[in-house]
Every structure is written in structure tokens, then in C-alpha cells.
Design a protein around this ligand. Structure first.
Ligand code: MRU
Length: 353
């Protein structure tokens, strides 16, 4: 039913999440790279917890999980009389998990539109329509990433070292990835790409997830700690930076994993192009600039502990913003499935839609 070019790739790819008859199966990203374990979520509430607790993370993957979680919740509604209230509760529960990634809210809106469209139908028809919509979002995400990768790889030369921050790979999407999708597409074209992966404290998405993806696919990768990026830029080792995004404001200001802003400042200082790769569903034309993007604050334990072991005095004050905002003026180009936008983003971003 969902036959599409995405499924050709599907057989070979890292499986981030999947709709099955037993529930929504997700790779537990908290355990990688030491364990490749899969968990099955059987209710919308369980899916909401999986998003909140980072079993699944990365803006597009959160969006797909949200759509699947809503569809799953709808499958369990016992009678047509409950459908309106229950649907509203499920959407609210899913939406209240993480505040920054635009894709979460985009996916909830899309499921709400599908609900509106099928309002007059039987409960069984509604269930099937919402399940189909979630599956459609899943398949589209893979195809979008492949198109985005195709666009983005044109920015890379035949032999380049590219620095990335956090994980904007297959694990952060339904498959293929955004920033790592660009790298995958360049490698598929025969370009010799070497990836420098920032480890990305405090949650270590770079060392645990990006490095794991690159090793899985034999793409040359050097893992560095976050504070090494400037050193390698200064020594001429890095020719481009590509990162993903959680939310891009109308003026191009971009929220992404904490530390992205520092990388962008360093790239500007060293004359290195700084690219953001993201689907249109990450662009929020209703948010005028970065100062209006809500930034999630996560638990102190993520900073004071590493793998459950204390690395700081128990009583120390801690700040843990999960994202920062890179001002548009530091971004060389924004790569999307619909094309590559360059400044002035207030003009070029709306044109992509
Ligand atoms: O807290 P996370 O791991 O969900 O943050 C993920 C990021 O910041 C990614 O770079 C972003 O979502 C883009 S993923 C294609």
C-alpha cells in the first residue's frame, strides 16, 4: 500500500522506528552504541514517554513518532462517542513532551487535519485513515531526506572533511538523515568525505549515535570532543560544517543541539561554510526570529553524571539548555528538500513552500 522509492532503501537502512501489529517498535537510542535493543510501545502515553525520555530523538523522528503515537491512541478508542475528547487528549499528551522541535507540532497539526477530514466517517474508517496518515508521514520523511541529501551534496567538493554536531542521521529521522543524509548522498556520488563528529555533551549524540552510524556504513569518521572543533578548524582540517535543525525561524535563526552556536561562530572566524540541513517541516514561518523559539531545559543529571556515574559535586548548581540558537547571519545556506536557501532568509525561506 505504501509502495514508494523510500521502501527500496528501507530494506537496507538503520531502523529508527516502525509501525507493527504489536505496537510501535523503536530502537532504544539511550543504549547505543553498547546495545542495539528494540522496545515496543503499545499506547499513546507510552509513545509520549518514549519521546520525553529520549528513546527516540531528533526533530523529524520525534515528528514521525508523534504521528504514530496519535494513530496508535486512536486505534484504542472504544466507541465513536469518545472519539472527539479522546483525540484531543491524545494530541495534548503527545504535544507536551518536548517544546523545541518544530516537527512535533507540525506532525500533530497534520494528524488533526486528517481527523477533521474524516470526522463524518465511521470509527473504523477514522482509525484506518489516521493509521494511513502516520504511515504516509513516515514514508515521506525518508523520501524528503533523500531529496534533501541530493540537493545538499552539490555543495560539497570531491574530497572534503565535514564537521557535524549532534546526530542528524538516520536515527534522528525515519531514515537516511538530514545532515548525515547530505554526507550519505555525497558518498554515494563517489565523493571522498571524511566526517568529524563532535561528541556533543551532555547527551553524547555525536559519539554514541553519529559515530555509530558512520562506523555501520564504513564512512570515514573522526570523533572529537566538543572543545576540539576550533583547533581542527584553525589547522585547516575542516572544509565545511553541516548540522541539522530543531526549528528554523522565519528569518533563518536556527535552534539546534546545544553547542551548535559555538561551532557556527568558530566556522565564521575560520572562513568555513556553515550549512543547516532540514526538511520544510522544521521551518516555522510563524516564529519571526530565534528569540521566540522555546528552548528545552533538561535534567541536571545529564550534566552531573556520565552513564550514571557522578562527574560533579552533588550540590553544584547546573544549567542544561538542550538547544541554542544560531543567528541567521552565521548560516551560509539552509538545505531543504525543496532547494537550497541563501540569505536573506526572510525572502528565500517562504519561497520554498
Ligand atoms: O535532543 P535531541 O537529540 O532530540 O536533539 C537533536 C538535534 O538537535 C538534531 O540536530 C536535530 O533534531 C536535527 S535531527 C535531523
Amino acid at each position: 500500500m505504501f509502495a514508494s522509492p523510500a521502501l527500496v532503501y528501507f530494506e537496507a537502512m538503520i531502523r529508527t522506528l516502525e509501525w507493527t501489529d504489536d505496537g510501535i517498535v523503536m530502537i532504544d537510542q539511550r543504549l547505543l552504541p553498547s546495545e542495539e535493543a528494540y522496545l515496543t510501545f503499545k499506547t499513546a502515553e507510552e509513545v509520549a514517554d518514549a519521546i520525553r525520555n529520549m528513546v527516540v530523538r531528533g526533530a523529524p523522528a520525534i515528528g514521525v513518532a508523534a504521528a504514530m503515537g496519535i494513530a496508535l491512541g486512536v486505534q484504542q478508542i472504544p466507541s465513536k462517542d469518545d472519539v472527539e475528547q479522546r483525540f484531543a487528549d491524545i494530541c495534548a499528551e503527545i504535544q507536551n513532551t518536548r517544546p523545541t522541535a518544530r516537527n512535533l507540532f507540525w506532525a500533530v497539526e497534520r494528524m488533526k487535519k486528517a481527523f477533521e477530514k474524516n470526522r463524518g466517517k465511521s470509527l473504523e474508517e477514522m482509525k484506518s485513515a489516521l493509521k494511513n496518515e502516520a504511515q504516509q508521514i513516515y514514508c515521506e520523511d525518508i523520501e524528503i531526506n533523500r531529496r534533501l541529501g541530493e540537493q545538499g551534496q552539490t555543495l560539497l567538493g570531491p574530497q572534503q572533511t565535514v564537521l557535524t554536531h549532534c546526530n542528524a542521521g538516520a536515527l534522528a529521522t525515519a531514515g537516511y538523515g538530514t545532515a548525515l543524509g547530505v554526507i550519505r548522498a555525497a558518498v554515494a556520488k563517489g565523493k571522498k568525505i571524511h566526517v568529524f563528529a563532535d561528541e556533543t555533551r551532555p547527551f553524547l549524540q555525536g559519539s554514541r549515535l553519529t559515530a555509530w552510524e558512520m562506523v555501520q556504513e564504513n564512512i570515514p569518521c573522526t570523533l572529537i570532543t566538543d572543545n576540539m572543533a576550533g583547533h581542527f578548524m584553525k589547522s585547516g582540517a575542516i572544509q565545511a560544517v553541516i548540522v541539522g535543525a530543531d526549528r528554523i525561524a522565519r528569518n533563518g535563526d536556527t535552534a539546534n543541539k546545544i553547542g551548535t552556536y559555538s561551532v557556527a561562530v568558530l566556522a565564521r572566524e575560520h572562513g568555513i561554510p556553515f550549512y543547516v540541513a532540514a526538511p520544510l517541516s522544521t521551518i516555522d514561518l510563524e516564529t519571526p526570529s530565534g528569540e521566540f523559539i522555546p528552548i528545552e531545559e533538561r535534567s541536571r543529571a545529564e550534566v552531573t553524571e556520565i552513564l550514571g556515574k557522578p562527574v560533579a559535586p552533588a550540590s553544584v548548581e547546573v544549567a542544561n539548555p538542550a538547544f541554542d540558537v544560531t543567528p541567521a547571519r552565521l548560516i551560509t545556506a539552509i538545505i531543504t528538500e525543496a532547494g537550497i536557501a541563501r540569505p536573506d532568509y526572510r525572502e528565500t525561506l517562504p519561497r520554498l513552500f
